[in-house]
Structure formats: C-alpha cells, structure tokens
Design a protein around this ligand. Structure first.
Ligand SMILES: [Fe+2]
Length: 441
C-alpha cells in the first residue's frame, strides 16, 4: 500500500510537470502570429529524435560557424547534476555547422531535463519523459507546411503551422503517455525550404517528445531532413540514395521501427534495410515499417504505392512485419489484415490539404475517413495486440473516427536473410549510387 502511494505521488508529480509545460504552449493562430518572427528566424531550433534503443535520445540543431556548441542533460531541473554531453559538429552544404548529440544511459519512466548552447547563449530548460513497459505513440503524416496555398506567403504557413501545432497538442492532451511521434513523410511542402523545417520544429510539444520522420516525395532532393534530424542507425547501403535522408531503424519499448525511403523503387534496397534491422534486433515483439507511399491506399490509383506493392509486400511478409504506416495521399484509411499485416494510411495531420476517401473503396480497406479534416492516430503496443485509435480534429477538438487492432502472430524462425550473392551485388552498386548522389550535392 505504501509503495502504491509512492508510485501514485511520482505519477502525479510527473503529470504536474507535464501540465505546467503544456500551459505555456501556443494555442491558436493569434498566438502563432505573435511568436511568428521568432519562429521563422530560429535557425538553431533543436530536434529530438529517438535513439537506437530506449537508453538513448538524439538531438540536432544548426549553428553559425564559429559559435560554440554545448549540451547538458540530467534529472535535476536546475541541471546542477547535468552531464555535459559531447557535441558532434560538421560543416553543412548550406554553410552552417550541424550539431548533433546522443544522450545515453537513460532509465525508463524518468523525467530528464536538457538545454543547449545556441548563438553563444544557453537555451531555456526543456524536459522529456522516457517511456515505461509499453509504448504509446502518435502517428501523423503529411504535415507538409506550405501546402495549403502559395508556400511563400505568411498566412499560408501560419495556417499550416497552427494546424500542425493543434494536432500535436490535441494528441498529447488526450494521451499524456505518448512518448514518440511517428511522421510518415512530407513534413514540408518544399524540401529545400529552411523556413518550413524551422516551423515544423517550432511546436513546443516537440521539445518533450521525440519525432521519427520519413522522407516524402517533397523532400528527397535536398538534405534538410538529413541536417535537421539525427536519426539512429542510418542505412547508407542502398543502391539509390535520396539527397534528403537515408533509411534507418530503432527499437522503442519492444517495438522495432524500420523507416524506408519509398522514393526508391528498388525492392532490393528496402529488403537490405529490413534485413539489417531485423538481424540487429531479432527479439522485438513488434515490427513496424514506416514509409511515405501507401501500399494499400483507399485511393488505389496507379501511383507508386501500388507499383511498390507487388515487389515489397512479399518482403514485408517474409520478415514478419505487423504494421505498415504511410501517407502521401492525404486520405486516412486502415486496411483489413492482409496476410497478417495491417496498413495504416495517415491522412493529413496539419489541415494543409486534407482529402476525403473515394466513394467506392477497395475490398482490402476496412475503414476510410470520408471528410476533409486533419487526422492523427494513437498507437498502443500491448503484449498481444497493437491498438489504433484515430481522430479527426474538428474546430480544434478531437473526434474519434476509427479504432482497430493488430494481433500478434507467430513468426518463422530463423529470420530469413538475403543471399550472399544478392548482398555483394547490391554493395557494389551502392558504391556507384553513392558517387552519383554526391555529384548532385
Ligand atoms: Fe503529401
């Protein structure tokens, strides 16, 4: 009983810290208009991304050349106990210094505080809470800031940024235990727009929850995703390299996440990433793939998704994938279980360009959203099932539109592997691919 009270007290304290943080967040277009100049000029806004596993968290920010870079992290809010974490700095093609940090040795269910040196001064103190035994994650797609009109105009970016922020706040208000944000691509409308990435990172929710981004078709041609986010376990062995970023993988609370670049049409490349991730983390209970294009969209047009479906679906089945998260169409849908895999198509989370599902749905679709509102999903990874709860944001409030469940299935062991011959050919081609991509930088 005494122990239960202590646990309850700890939980209440952590909730209080969280709510205190929430209370200072911007809440409307008027709030964003007020902080607009700061947000668009904030060249050193920091990103927090998941580490390779639960014991790590990663951070990245851009800094002017010549300015010092420093980072501190600890469990005391005053950061008096904080360790100085080594900062890795590299020069960028955009003429800045890209700073990145990996914090290691994190404990579960613990609040950590951090701050970083930017433009010669220390930032404010931010906090994040590590997760517990089971993961609750937010899933969004196509925030695509700038998509609602002329992306150069302030009112367009203001509209999309406010929508993006509202969705994030609504999700964490409803589910305070969210400890990861999964974004299935097209984070920005213009992949070369530094301003759009600054606004993407501006919501205060992202100071406390790590975001795992995916390279969309609007972002493959310029390395801003790569510069702004320090993803773990990046895979550089693909034959086709997008300039925007690389595939990567990580484990969070018994879930292996594999993030693919679906701009790359080669199934070979995707299998190489999946195989490496599964071999590195064979014991994760759940395996989730995130990619931008939807393999089983409610739209079912003859775009890239259905073309990749033929080559990629057998690979997903071969490696025991449970859930595939995607976006691209700006329509929300959830598939039936297809040979044990559920496909969740994320819609548009910012309200920049939401689309309704078609009148006639494919036979594989279990649910599709018929209206044009921003959508987000909350995924809970339990022992026996993944539950998905999806919401539309109507007039700033969440309305539940769908709930689904993905059952655990028995996997074949050992995990299948690519042949040595295939790997060798791919490695040779990868070197050529890397050289070709460097010519464009
Ligand atoms: Fe998009």
């Amino acid at each position: 009983m005494r122990l239960s009270k202590k646990v309850l007290c700890g939980f209440l304290c952590m909730t209080l810290v969280f709510l205190c943080t929430v209370s200072v967040w911007a809440t409307s277009a008027e709030d964003w208009a007020e902080r607009w100049d700061d947000a668009v000029s904030d060249y050193a806004v920091i990103s927090m991304t998941p580490g390779a596993d639960d014991s790590q968290m990663r951070f990245a920010w851009l800094e002017k050349i010549g300015q010092p870079a420093a980072f501190r992290c600890g469990i005391d809010e005053a950061l008096s106990d904080a360790d100085a974490v080594p900062v890795c700095s590299v020069l960028t093609v955009t003429g800045q210094k890209r700073c990145s940090v990996t914090v290691t040795g994190l404990r579960e269910n613990t609040v950590y505080y951090y701050m970083y040196k930017r433009n010669g001064s220390w930032s404010g103190v931010y906090s994040f809470r590590t997760g517990g035994a089971e993961l609750t994650a937010l899933f969004v797609s196509d925030s695509q800031l700038g998509r609602s009109g002329d992306w150069r105009k302030k009112d367009v970016l203001l509209h999309d940024t406010t929508g993006w922020d509202t969705t994030l706040r609504e999700a964490v208000r409803q589910y305070p235990d969210i400890s990861l944000c999964l974004s299935a691509g097209d984070q920005a409308e213009i992949g070369a727009s530094e301003r759009q990435y600054r606004l993407l990172l501006a919501p205060d929710v992202l100071r406390g929850i790590p975001i795992a981004t995916t390279i969309g078709n609007h972002e493959f041609y310029f390395p801003l995703l790569d510069l702004h986010f320090a993803q773990p376990n990046r895979f550089g062995g693909s034959v086709i390299h997008s300039l925007g970023d690389e595939p990567y993988y990580f484990v969070k609370q018994d879930v292996l996440f594999i993030v693919l670049d679906s701009n790359d049409p080669l199934a070979w490349d995707h299998e190489a990433v999946i195989e490496k991730a599964v071999r590195a983390c064979p014991d994760a209970r759940w395996r989730v793939v995130m990619m931008h294009h939807s393999l089983y969209s409610c739209e079912n047009s003859e775009e890239k998704g259905p073309r990749l479906r033929t080559s990629l679906t057998p690979i997903l089945q071969k490696y025991g994938i449970n859930l595939v998260l995607s976006g691209h169409t700006h329509r929300f849908s959830r598939s039936k279980s297809i040979d044990g895999i559920t496909y969740l198509e994320g819609g548009c989370c910012s309200g920049c360009n939401c689309r309704a599902c078609p009148d006639v749905l494919p036979s594989y679709t279990d649910y599709a959203y018929p209206q044009k509102n921003p959508v987000y999903s909350v995924l809970h990874f339990g022992k026996d099932a993944i539950t998905t709860e999806s919401y539309a944001v109507e007039n700033g409030e969440s309305v539940r539109i769908d709930a689904g469940s993905v059952a655990l299935r028995v996997r074949e062991d050992p995990t299948p592997q690519m042949s040595v011959f295939t790997k060798t050919v791919q490695s040779v081609l990868s070197v050529f691919g890397r050289i070709v991509s460097m010519l464009f930088v």
